[in-house]
Design a protein. Structure first.
Length: 185
């Protein structure tokens, strides 16, 4: 949030054109998607292009509409802004920006998420059927684990036999060497 605010503030201070029409800013928001024209009330209306006023519009519209994020629509900066007009209290008059009683309706609603797919698992009709299915599954799992342990034990036994033979041969060679008084080493 802090990083996006800094990016917006940097873009505003660079001086990119933001006017949709005289005294208005074109603002687009997401989640839910909406577009607005933001301006200020009063005879001595503050210029909407002022950096602080742009940020005020963005923050106020995000709060009012419950949006996840809002930004200035630079693509429509030179053309007409097709959004709901929202007039904020003029900060130059010292009026605090209070949210209106109603939120302007968004132009376009975000598409709804697709429904999750139905599960293919069949639930047992009775407790007896559930118990029977559980016993059958446990038996299958036990047989699989037993086979894995059996195979692992056989392999370990073969490896131990090979290691035992290697040690036995080394001891035999060493004994023959000592018995022959190191003549056949």
């Amino acid at each position: 949030m802090l990083l996006s605010s800094r990016c917006i503030l940097a873009a505003i201070t660079i001086g990119w054109p933001v006017f949709a029409s005289a005294g208005e800013i074109c603002v687009v928001c997401s989640e839910p998607a909406a577009a607005y024209r933001c301006g200020f009330e009063g005879e001595t209306a503050a210029p909407a292009s002022a950096a602080g006023n742009q940020l005020l519009c963005i923050k106020d519209l995000a709060v009012r509409g419950g949006h996840k994020s809002c930004s200035i629509d630079r693509a429509r900066a030179r053309g007409p802004c097709e959004g709901t007009l929202v007039a904020l209290p003029n900060p130059a008059d010292g009026a605090a920006a209070a949210p209106p009683a109603t939120v302007p309706p968004p132009i376009a609603e975000a598409p709804s998420a697709p429904a999750p797919p139905e599960t293919k698992d069949k639930q047992p009709a009775t407790v007896e059927a559930l118990a029977k299915a559980t016993v059958e599954q446990s038996k299958k799992d036990w047989e699989k684990a037993n086979a894995t342990v059996k195979d692992t034990t056989i392999e370990a036994g073969q490896d131990l036999k090979k290691a035992g033979n290697a040690v036995g041969n080394a001891v035999k060679k060493s004994w023959n060497c000592v018995v022959s008084l190191f003549s056949s080493c």
